[in-house]
Design a protein. Sequence first.
Length: 241
Amino acid sequence: MSAPILALEGVSVAYGKVEAVRDVSLSMQQGSIVTVIGANGAGKTTLLNALMGILPAGGSVRFDGTALDGDAIEERVAMGMALVPERRELFGSMTVEDNLLLGGFRTTAVERAQSLVQVFARFPRLQERRLQLAGTLSGGERQMLAMGRALMGRPRLLMLDEPSLGLAPLIVRDIFEIIVGLRKTGVSILLVEQNARAALQVADHAYVMELGEITARGPAAELATDPRIVESYLGLGGTAG
């Protein structure tokens, strides 16, 4: 087996004296989908922000074998990491196309043009709305735009923070179909989700996070049938509250 694209050992993140993430170890292979599920407040978003360099963290983080100790966000982006945050953080007063082009600011003009064609092929709705202001989009379209903007940078690892949050069930299904399609292109995906049922259906491997710690791990298909996981996370429509 090849070296993991992402490997965490003993990662901890604190806000002042409060440890939000404690001693987390996790690894994922190139081209896989790994999900971290857990209730709101479990530390999932904090973990992603630490991986992206937004928050300082203790422990070891390696991306494709390279230690990320102290690397700034810009350096991690240049290495091939991308984060789609929970709030999507689009520029509402700019058009869909301009938001996308911003995502490819590190690439050449030719690469940006190629990436734009690929993003529009994957998200036809964005092409239909390419001249529309981002602030006028629906929730599902905004999520697609946030994912498309991240893909413009040609990432090797795409980290998604609650991509289904606030979306109607049919749109959630579309988003998860897109995630599965992205894996087929070779992009590795780290998926943080409260919608455990949907996440476990698409992931290869899964981790359960509770109060800042990993409490269960294994193949996603196995966790989906674990009685404790079923009782805690897969009841009431499959969302963890």
